[in-house]
Design a binder for this molecule. Sequence first.
Ligand SMILES: C[S@@+](CC[C@H](N)C(=O)[O-])C[C@H]1O[C@@H](n2cnc3c(N)ncnc32)[C@H](O)[C@@H]1O
Length: 365
Amino acid sequence: MQHQRMVPFKIVSMDSLGQGVSKETDKITFIFKTLPGDEGQARVTSAKKGVQFCKLTQLEKPSPLRTEPECKHFNNCPSCHYLHTPYEQELLFKKESLKNMFYKTALPEIKVTPAVRRTHYRNRMQLHYHKGKKLLGMLDAKDQTIAPIPDCLIGVEGILNEIKNLYQNQNWLKAAHHQPEQGHVEIYALDGQIKISWNQNYAHGGFTQVFNEMNQLLKAELNSWSKKDPSFELLDLFAGNGNLSEKMNYSKRLCSDIYQKKISPDFFSQDLYAPEAVKNVKQKLSQIGMKPEVLLVDPPRSGVKNLHEWVAELNPLKIIYVSCDPHTLVRDISSLIDYKISDLQLFDFFPSTFHFETVAFLEKK
Ligand SMILES: C[S@@+](CC[C@H](N)C(=O)[O-])C[C@H]1O[C@@H](n2cnc3c(N)ncnc32)[C@H](O)[C@@H]1O
């Protein structure tokens, strides 16, 4: 049932999901597309004990942090969260959000690497469709609505052209002729070509980081970090095709991922969430005579809940945790009582949205 109740709001801060937070009523109120200083009225979309989630309906006093969004879909699209404020402000919100998540931990100053562009960066985009409703666009996971985005700005040029083409004359309905009534389509750039896949798993052809230039900057940082030490043995978990560690200064390396195909001699295919994963990887390391001093992990958003088990078994001197979800990063790192964070960095791989990559460098105490 759709809630119709309206509530007044006055935004006092941003949360880690890019929602403005108001404390005007007896419940804490979260509203997307608002900013600190905004005041107005919002419609309650869902509520539970002590909190409610609302949609902005009337802005009575706009925040001084507001600017006109560059994208005409911004107000209705669930995918971007910060195009109504300057990029410098977006970065401040992100840095503050990361700092707040580590409130229990002593931290070095967080170094921020801004995005080289705020739009036109994604080399992979996923849209959802509903044939009966003739809708193609971004899915709002909260209410399952689809917002059309024919003039989206977030993808690289070739992808945006392909999206325009899908919308033109509703070409996508013809292209989806043999597809189920509802589903998703992925448009991605690979090997200099734009490809389309219907109803496959995300990145089914193999994971690649979505922002090419930011990927290069992150790798440059990892490479220069690796040159500070004499060369070491490296275990790269959730390695994909070994992207992050390929140019690091290691003497020996083992990469592991769920990929089935054997990409190179230093690749070990393993479901790293399986109960026997730690034992299997350890066995593989001992077969090839490796004792890694450095552990690099770059898991999906769900993180590595049993990181402490990996660390207890492998006893690395240093750990590099690259994360696309700081909530799970904080959870996983907090179990490592024998390690301290020597460096914490934010790489803005996902400008205009609340997402970013975090890199935590840890050393044995
Ligand atoms: C954030 S990506 C990182 C990939 C890589 N480090 C890179 O930079 O391209 C997460 C990786 O986790 C892998 N993955 C997801 N589930 C997994 C599982 N159960 N076991 C092992 N790897 C998994 C994916 O295949 C993907 O390559």
